[in-house]
Write a protein that binds this ligand. Structure first.
Ligand SMILES: [Zn+2]
Ligand SMILES: [Zn+2]
Length: 78
């Protein structure tokens, strides 16, 4: 059974994932990194891909992440 990971990924305004270092305020830590700042957060599942629509805040994406992870646990319970 492949291990499934469900994570919250930050996105830029253009929909690309942000893996830049940012300060706790959400601003890019390095102004030369080319990071335009984080606009939204999506739930990403290694098995299903994107789950639902991107959320404006991380705290809004986390319940969906937990819900989706729980769905897989139900599906894989012996
Ligand atoms: Zn970025
Ligand atoms: Zn999934």
């Amino acid at each position: 059974m492949a291990r499934i990971t469900v994570k919250v990924e930050p996105l830029h305004a253009d929909g690309t994932t942000c893996d830049h270092a940012v300060s706790p305020s959400g601003k890019p830590r390095d102004s030369d990194s080319g990071c335009a700042g984080r606009r939204s957060y999506r739930v990403w599942c290694s098995s299903c891909g994107q789950v639902g629509k991107p959320h404006g805040l991380r705290v809004l994406a986390e319940p969906e992440q937990a819900r989706h992870r729980a769905q897989h646990q139900v599906a894989t319970t012996r």
